[in-house]
Design a binder for this molecule. Structure first.
Ligand code: ADQ
Length: 483
């Protein structure tokens, strides 16, 4: 309730978005719908074990923030973002500066000073919402590139709490990171945490190298010594790799649902019962390599290596960041290419590429994975890529082939996939043909090994592992400790 003046939460999660979406009903009232993303699933199992958990984030529409409320056993604290914050902090600095820079400048990052000012003030608002609601000695876990200044901002207000930060996207090599205006403020912001986690080992090493090179701090392995201001003592910050995962058991269990099995069979019938179905599932993002995939597919059709009567490709491209220019351009290009491929190759009445520009629920997504003989994950750069893991979890029958870019974080763990460099179109074409021709026994060997990896390392284990490490990191000073 609003009368709750001094809330005390053992664990506070801070992320750009709350785990719920607001929906306006016909009568103008607001309804909250849980958005079951990976992070929500991961935290659900952790939140169940703490007496009192909280989540701080934006509710998804610009303007006044709703009052705090309870959902799914947690207290949610909405943060206000005005229209100009959405344009400059979120679409601007987060998604048109940091996102392309952190993904190896696949498109040019834009640098605008006004965007930075908004990033700073929005980060302050998230920190100001999170700091007062953590219990003394409690834990605050900050997520992702939109909130890199928050750890330090919380540290400045609360020296008694443990602060963790996890970056869901890659951390770039120091040569690229150095281009970022205000780069040192970003590093100092992150170093307010006790534990900083990354998806893959190379991200951890890139971050540590940037701290050493740009701030000159002492580094011992992956322990960074952050000098105190004035007489304050040196603080040790741990940097570690925590590859994120999915709720593997839940995904795998869906494949036993008779309705979903029937839907998988129906999908194949709807496509005209082709011999093989090839699937891509991505947010419509330039990091995902959708253009490279379509280029390879178009050439395989052009040179007759693939007969569109026998083999169909489904490309699911979820609408994403549609107000950012690079995303509008990408959508136009992808849709032009799909149109051309279909115009040249599709038999009458059925597609060569079935293109789906919308969202699907979990059940339909599982049916798609079950219907797919080959899944193509051709990201040019990706923190992890959960689609790769979802496909593996959806194949307890041990059939199907995963083609996986070595530039996706998942490639560090999923060694038994058909690994590719998606920039090499010839290599990509050869990998697709090899996958389409792979004998069932070979598919089984590789899928068994992939499943072992994905089923053993689920998102619940990921969250527990991170929080366990955070608990054993340097004990924070209590507020009244003598200086
Ligand atoms: P994303 O870039 O969003 O995540 P990804 O890891 O593939 O990428 O997760 C996408 C999720 O959305 C998957 O669960 C997928 O099934 C779902 N999805 C995609 N299209 C959909 C559709 N049309 N309908 C319904 N669901 C759809 C960021 C990083 C990744 C990192 C994750 C988690 O960029 O590298 O793996 O965070 O840390």
């Amino acid at each position: 309730s609003v009368q709750d003046r001094s809330p005390q939460h053992e664990l506070v999660v801070v992320a750009n978005r709350l785990p719920v979406d607001s929906r306006t009903l016909p009568d103008g009232a607001t309804e909250w719908v849980t958005s079951p993303g990976g992070l929500v699933t991961a935290m659900e199992s952790v939140m169940r074990t703490v007496e009192s958990g909280a989540w701080v984030g934006w509710a998804g529409s610009p303007g006044e923030a709703p009052d705090p409320f309870d959902a799914d056993g947690m207290r949610l604290y909405p943060v206000r973002l005005d229209q100009s914050d959405v344009e400059r902090y979120y679409e601007g600095y987060s998604n048109a500066t940091l996102w392309p820079l952190y993904h190896d400048v696949i498109v040019d990052p834009e640098f605008h000073r006004g965007w930075w000012d908004s990033y700073l003030s929005a980060n302050r608002r998230f920190a100001a919402a999170a700091a007062p609601v953590a219990a003394p000695g409690g834990t605050i876990w900050v997520h992702d590139y939109q909130l890199q200044l928050v750890p330090r901002m919380i540290r400045d207000k609360r020296n008694d709490v443990r602060i963790g930060f996890f970056n869901h996207i890659p951390f770039p090599p120091v040569e690229l990171f150095s281009q970022l205006p205000k780069r040192n403020s970003i590093l100092r912001g992150l170093l307010g945490a006790d534990l900083i986690g990354f998806q893959r080992e190379s991200d951890t090493l890139n971050f540590v190298a940037s701290v050493r090179r740009l701030l000159g701090y002492h580094v011992d392995g992956t322990t960074i010594s952050v000098p105190g201001i004035g007489a304050a003592p040196v603080r040790e910050v741990q940097v570690e790799t925590f590859p994120i995962s999915i709720d593997s058991a839940a995904v795998s269990a869906l494949t036993e649902d008779p309705e979903i099995c029937e839907r998988a069979a129906e999908l194949r019938r709807e496509l005209g019962d082709p011999e093989k179905v090839v699937l891509g599932v991505d947010r419509l993002d330039y990091t995902k390599g959708i253009r490279h995939r379509l280029k390879a597919w178009g050439e395989l059709l052009d040179d007759g290596s693939i007969d569109p009567h026998d083999i169909v490709m489904i490309q699911v491209a979820t609408p994403s960041r549609e107000r950012v220019e690079a995303y509008r351009q990408l959508r136009d290009e992808v849709e032009l290419t799909v149109g051309r491929i279909n115009g040249e190759h599709a038999p009458i009445g059925r597609p060569a590429v079935s293109y789906q520009h919308h969202s699907f629920d979990r059940r339909e997504m599982t049916a798609l994975f079950m219907a797919a003989d080959v899944v193509l994950v051709t990201a040019l750069r990706d923190g992890m890529n959960l689609v790769a893991k979802e496909y593996v979890a959806s194949r307890p029958d041990l059939q199907g082939v995963l083609v996986l870019s070595e530039f996706a974080g998942a490639a560090d763990e999923l060694r038994a996939a058909v690994l590719v460099n998606p920039h090499d179109i010839d290599e990509l074409k050869a990998a697709i043909l090899r996958s389409l021709a792979m004998p069932p026994e070979e598919q089984e060997d590789s899928m068994r090994s992939l499943r072992h990896q994905v089923m053993e390392n689920d998102v619940q284990a990921w969250a527990h592992h991170f929080l366990e490490r955070l608990e054993t990191s340097q004990t924070p000073d209590s507020e009244d400790a003598p200086l």
